[in-house]
Each structure stands twice: as structure tokens, then as C-alpha cells.
Design a protein around this ligand. Sequence first.
Ligand code: NI
Length: 198
Amino acid sequence: MHALRWGLAAVAAGVAVAVLWVTAPNGETGPAPSSVGGPFTLVAHTGETVTEADFLDKPTVYYFGFTYCPDVCPMGLQSLARALQIADLDAGDVNSVFVSVDPERDTPEAMASYVSADVFPPGLVGLTGNEEQVAAAAQAFRVYYQRVDTPESAADYLIDHSSILYLMDAQGRFVEPFTHADAPEDIAAGLTRLLAGS
Ligand code: NI
């Protein structure tokens, strides 16, 4: 559904990294804090209201998608799970967060059932919210999503969306993007770099 879109989004994210890499007055170089990520208020699969501050205890990988996604989201989350295994990391080292872009169907209850799948990252946190909350979070992460009606299918509609794993450090700063199509070995190397730099 979104095979064409994620390619463009990945390119856009790459450009954002290149353009927004800045040198601070003290000479330290790093991604501009405003490039990707920012304040959000969402509802966790536990029913708790959470913000970005709840994920600043350790590095975090954010991925935006939806539970009805037939292929790309499960593939992205399984690649992340495999990458964590390869890098010998678990939920104690890295937060794995799946943010819904389908708030209409992805209730906290639906997210709770989805994130518990064995093939997904250990401790995967599902976040959803109302339309405004989800839109604000997606905007903060430069995530594209668009409802596509599919009356011929049982799902009624799908969500065309960018498919990017956003690696963020423990200060909530964007470090590096991957896509669902990247090799788990490459994502694992990115996670190892992320941990080394945090
Ligand atoms: Ni998807």
C-alpha cells in the first residue's frame, strides 16, 4: 500500500538529517533538536496518558503505523525485534514504541492486543489517542499518513503512511532513521551506535 511512499519519506528524512545537522556554539555537532520528534501527548495501550518525557530514561525507537496494516508495519516491527536480538538488547536498554496513525480503530485495547505479539520487540509500547493527538505526534516526527478507502476489502480502509524507524537518544534527540526494508543487521548496528552515544 505504502511501498512507494516510504521510499520518498526515507529520502526526505535523509535530507532532513543532512540539512539539520548543526554545530552548537560550544563546537559540539549533532542533529538539531527540532528536526524530528518533539512534544506529544498520547494514550498508551495500558490506558495511561503519556508524553515524550516518559521515554527519556533510555534511547527509544519510534515507529508509526496501524494495527490493520497488512504487511509493512508487521515487517518493520519484526525487523526491529530481530535487530534488538542481534545487538543483544532488550526493553531494559531501548524503548520500542509503536504509534498508531489510525486512532479510529486503534483503541488502547486494540493496541494492547497487537503489541503483545511474540514476534514484536519485547516490551513494545503501543500509543494511540484522539485524532488531534495522533496528528500532532505525526507532525512532530514528520510522518506522512493518509486514509485510503478500500471498499472492496474487508478492512474498509487502509492508511497510506511513511514507514520509518526513528532512533532517538535518551535526551529525545533524533539520531538516525531506518525503514522496514533495511536489513536487521544494519538496524542492529544503528542500535549499537545509539547505545554507545547515549
Ligand atoms: Ni503499515
